[in-house]
Design a protein around this ligand. Structure first.
Ligand code: SAH
Length: 213
């Protein structure tokens, strides 16, 4: 079976299992060639629901994780999205198919560079990538309609809450004493946020402070 057909089948299966019904989201995830985003030796595993290593101790998220988080975030045309943790660039490519512009911050310089090249070859020019500590957000382009964090912080990153537009939505894993929990935070106005704890999840840790080459 060709790659794209495998991806469509995998995403459809996962969507049915998770109860995701939004065709825009399903099609956006299924249309990004995931095998391009992993090392050649792992290509055969690109179309399974596994998190795969991308170097530097990091992983490309599971397809089910990308689908679930994208469905929660529900990016729309006209919206500006911030992603923390570019990694392979796969999630950013998915977001670019749905939103107007995507700003993505990656701590590891080499990953940011590789993701940029990959996204260029996919002509995903709506994605802007910066190397830096994403726990501080990307103030220059704030406020954001949606913010997605793909690494788990020990506490809700304050800077990200501040960079949300009024009515905006943040989806992030947060690590606690009994493991990581996926959280959704809606900004109501200047100083009110509404937080909902969703299911348990598993992400690599969000590392604060200086960046790595
Ligand atoms: N969204 C990615 C998944 C990446 S895994 C994908 O689709 O492939 C999480 C990423 O977060 C890793 O690449 C890791 O280097 C990055 N990361 C960890 N701490 C960070 C921080 N403080 N700021 C920005 N990126 C960070």
């Amino acid at each position: 079976m060709i790659h794209q057909a495998k991806m469509v089948r995998l995403v459809e299966d996962i969507a049915a299992k998770l109860g995701v019904t939004d065709r825009r989201v399903i099609e956006a995830v299924a249309s990004v060639p995931r095998h391009w985003f992993v090392d050649e030796a792992l290509r055969l595993r690109a179309y399974s629901d596994d998190a795969l290593p991308i170097g530097y101790g990091q992983t490309i998220s599971k397809v089910s994780t990308v689908l679930r988080m994208t469905a929660l975030l529900n990016p729309q045309r006209g919206e500006k999205v911030l992603e923390i943790g570019t990694g392979s660039g796969f999630q950013a490519a998915v977001l670019a198919r749905l939103a107007d512009s995507v700003y993505s911050v990656e701590r590891v310089g080499a990953l940011a560079l590789r993701a940029r090249e990959m996204l260029n070859s996919l002509r995903a020019y709506r994605v802007h990538i910066r190397t830096g500590d994403g726990s501080k957000g990307w103030a220059k382009h704030a406020p954001y309609d949606k913010i997605i964090v793909t690494a788990a912080a020990d506490r809700m990153p304050h800077a990200l809450l501040e960079q949300l537009a009024h009515g905006g939505l943040l989806v992030t894993p947060v690590a606690g004493s009994s493991g990581q929990v996926l959280k959704e935070v809606r900004r109501l106005d200047d100083d009110n946020w509404e937080e909902v704890a969703l299911e348990a999840c598993r992400f690599v840790p969000l590392v604060e402070g200086s960046t790595a080459r």
